[in-house]
Structure formats: structure tokens, C-alpha cells
Design a protein around this ligand. Sequence first.
Ligand code: ATP
Ligand code: MG
Length: 408
Amino acid sequence: MPAADRRPLMKMPGYVVRTLEKIEQNGYEAYVVGGCVRDAMLGRRVHDWDITTSAPAWETEKLFPHSVLTGERFGTVTVLTGGRQIEVTTYRTDGEYTDSRHPEGVVFVSDIRTDLERRDFTMNAMAVDLRGELLDPFGGREDIADRLIRCVGSPERRFTEDALRMLRAVRFSAQLGFGIERETMDALRRCAHLVSALSAERVRDETEKTIMSQRPEKLYTALEARLYEPFCGTAEIPETAEKLLAALGDLPRSRQARWCGLCAVLTEENVISCAADFLRQFRLDARTVSAAAKGCRIVVNGMPEERMELKRILAAEWRDTAFSAAAVADALHGGCRVKTLNEIAGSGECIRRSDLAVSGNDLRKELGIPQGVHMGDILQQLFEHVLAFPKDNTRKRLLKLAEKLADD
Ligand code: ATP
Ligand code: MG
């Protein structure tokens, strides 16, 4: 083997190496596995180092004083080491799947190959030991080199076992810029209807990762393959949706902005008719539903570009709703609304009623206007005036104006 091939595949942090060492020193096998191997191979930042081991969970727990059995059913122990957390899971295989969602139970096994076999894609079914030795029984390294997402084993069987894998395939293709291998894609189309068995939260999490990625247009693959029929209904997905979804890649990485953008695209393409109803199905928090749906309405109604109009929107809406809508409208229809909003927000001009130079109390004390509907009307008129004439936001001018309004 040439020297270059013997070089360790990846640099593991010290706490990971020490954890692997300790398990091995106690007579068990241990490997880093799954997403961390994939990401390290790709030169991406690894966010979680997961370990798979022949040690039963109760042994792992004994080896590490700072550890907690976090997933007894799955044989997972969370080890706290060097201020970091690392999940150590016993080799296992999944039991029978009967509902396209979760296995009936898990079975612990003695060899790592069986553990790798239960994993979803070849790129996620690799393991590396302390010495950098790679176990790659399904050709994950080659698929990574070819930038391909391929199921381990029969794609149709794997998607029938757990329908979430279809959404994971789309999500990884968006995050990594990989294609979905042909047989895997064909099976995805055939098994699309199984998504209806999944919980809304699981679909939401994968969808959010897809639209938060650099390539939200990969969601088109899923829409076109009818994975989202339980959420969007049977409406045709026009090809133009792909380009519009791609434009969402320029949005800020804010959840609200991205959900707002998705709703705007689906509404403009006549795939959905009510953004709030669409979003609620995913059990998103009420604030995100409200802000994204409102932002969507602003965009699809044709968000103006004029400064004064944008200022009115900023005054009337939550700040993040206005900014999300502006970013989506700019991305989909061109323009520089975000820039204008930033300029307005930084100008110090009055955009909230609380920024007015006079309060209700001032009107009562200085002009004898009683508390009530009339007072509310006057304050609102003062506010509208100041939105249009920011320089008039002084106590003197507003009292004078209020006096006139009170007399009318
Ligand atoms: P990331 O954490 O970056 O989103 P990941 O691949 O680490 O990606 P996790 O959900 O953390 O994803 O799962 C860890 C590993 O567990 C995966 O790499 C894969 O080997 C396996 N896995 C996760 N979900 C499934 C699933 N639904 N079916 C089969 N294997 C899975
Ligand atoms: Mg992970």
C-alpha cells in the first residue's frame, strides 16, 4: 500500500481518541462511525463524534465515571469528557419494522458489520478505529468520491422500513450537494406515499434542514417525487418552482425567513393556498407560523420597494417579519428592500408609537385631552404624521398638531 493510503483518514480530537483507547484497553472494539466519518472525509466540520462499540452499555457506563445511560433501549451511553459529550452505542441491528416509522425493537449484536448494515446510506455506514483503519463494507468512500447518496442494501426495502430515510436523502443532497443514485431515486418515487406514516415533527426537522441549507432547490426533488403530498395535496409542482427555490439559498440563515420563502414559492406556484395552514401541519411554533405566514402574504401581494411604503410595513409588523418578507421579495423578484429597511432602521426615525416625542399623558396634562378613544385616534394620527415627516417628531410640534386635531 502506498504511504499516502496508510495515513490516518482523519484527525480525531483528543477526547475522542482517549475514549476509544479506554474502551479498547478494556478488551472491547470501538470505532467512530456514521456522520462524523462522512464529514471528516469530506473535510467538513464534524459536530458530533459518535462511537460504536462491542461493549454492552452497562460496561461502557462502568468505564466512564461521567456517563449517563441516555438510551437504554438503543444501548446508548453519553460520556462526558473534556467538557464534551460523546455518544457511545453498542453494536446493534434494528428489529422488524411494521409501520415505516420505527423498529419493533433493537437487537444487540457482536460484529460491527451488522451494525453498519442497518445504517441508511453507504456514506453513513463507515467506521474508523483508533489507528485510522477504515471499515467500509458498502463502498461509502467511493460514493463520496462520486458525490452520490446510495442506500445500503435494497433501497425499496430500506425506505419501506423507515420512510424518514427518503427525506434524509433529500436533506443530505441539499447539505452536501450530492446527487441521489438512480436506483435509490427510483425507489424513493415508488415509496413516496409512505411519508404519511411519519410524525409531522420528523418531517419538519428534515424539511427545515433542507431549506436552511445552501441548496434549498433540492426540495424540488422531494416535491416532484410527491414526498410532500400529505402536506401540499396533489397539486402539480411546476418546473419553475426549482429556480425559485434556488433563489432562497441567498436568504439569511433564519428559520423564519426560510419558511417564509418556502411558503411564498409554493403560494406563487399555486401549490398551496394558505401559508398558515400549511405551516401548522408541521407543528412549528406559533411565532414562526405567524411571522412566516404574514411575511408570505406581504410578498405574494407584491411587496413595495418605495422607502415610505417599506417604513409603513416596518411600523406595522414585527421587525423580523418585515425583514424576512423583504429578503424573500428581493430574492424572488429582485430589488433592494432589505437595504432600504436597514437604512430606515438605522436612521433613528420614529417607527413605533413608543418613539413618539409625546405620550398620552402629555396630551392630557398639556392640552386637557381626556383618556379614551379620541386620545387614541389623535396619537395614531400623530404617529402617521411622523412616519411621513420624521423631522416633526418634537414635543413642541406634536403638541401643536395635537391641539389642532383635538379642535377638529
Ligand atoms: P448529521 O448529524 O450531520 O445530521 P448524521 O449522519 O450524523 O448527520 P444522525 O441523525 O446524527 O445523522 O445519525 C447518525 C448515524 O445514524 C447516521 O450517520 C446513520 O449511520 C445512522 N442513522 C440515522 N438515522 C437513520 C435512519 N433513519 N436509518 C438508518 N440509519 C440511520
Ligand atoms: Mg449526527
